[in-house]
Design a protein around this ligand. Sequence first.
Ligand SMILES: [Zn+2]
Ligand SMILES: [Zn+2]
Length: 377
Amino acid sequence: MLRIPFKRVNWITSIFLVTTALMALTVVPVYLFKHGIDWFQFSMFFFYAVATTMSITLGYHRLYSHLSFKAKWPVRLFVLLFGACAFENSCMDWTSDHRTHHKHVDHDEDPYDISKGFMWAHIGWLIFKMRPEEPVNNIGDLQKDKLCVFQHKYVHWIGFILGGIVPTAIAYFVAPLMGADPVTYAIGGFLLSGVLRIVIVQHSTFFINSLCHTIGKRPYNTDNSARDSAIMAVFTCGEGYHNYHHAFQHDYRNGVKPWQFDPTKWMIWTLSKLGLTSGLRRVSDERILLAEMREAGRQATRKIEALAQSTNHAITEKTAEVLHTSAQRLSDSYSELEKAISDKVEVSKQMMNQWQNETRELVRHIASMKGIKPASS
Ligand SMILES: [Zn+2]
Ligand SMILES: [Zn+2]
């Protein structure tokens, strides 16, 4: 029988998480059923949802945790204020946990270690303090940042006022213009732009730690559990491409392909054109392709080994041959590209395209052999 270690329960966090989730599932639908939602309430909800999500993804995550670009003070102030409204702790606490996550991913020291189970990585780690608080020694840079120190000190007040009181007050004063009762409209502002928005933003972040370490593809690296999920990218302003992110954590982009949905990347880029961000760090196309080639080669090797052990010999020989030839071609290209990178020789666009196509072809071959499970993966 599962025994809950009550002594270790983080009561304040737990009560907050449970109360807001219950309200989002009960009081919010009742309010919506009785009063509906007009364009103003929806716009305010949408603004708050995007502003808080982006403050976490662009601010807490890509700016402060990974230093993937530099930002002027108005950007830093905005993300620290609206980041507080997500109620995911202060930027200093969040960054400390997140840097530890990258350093010890899938191991015991990882705060949201997926090997302890889906629910642990999603929310369990916040509810139970399983280990004593460790001295924070990985955020020396943030401790020197005055805005970060200020936010750390007043984070709950900022979240409560800007994330709860302000939308309630705005709704109250806008109500007469919308022909609504001020008190009812204010309750709507609180429930939608406050409570519902907090629950959605929080669980979207939590899903990165749980779902994006469980379901999805791993085109860049299978050494850790991080996965790419296009669906999660939609809910998290582009953070769903988590396999790429764990492979190249200092890149300001998570969705690195032109067709991938990454509004956080687009926002950082746009702000750089306005002079508000600078020093955007990017991994070169050559290095990204090299990682993809390496991973496709490794996956092909595992498939070939599994095929060799397969009892159905007729299928084995034919499919193994196709896979083997394709893997061999890719392996030669990999060596060429690796040499070009180390010699700092510029690779032509044509060669890049050819190698990209070879990689995709091999990945397609591997995918078409779904029935045969690799012996070890
Ligand atoms: Zn991760
Ligand atoms: Zn990260």
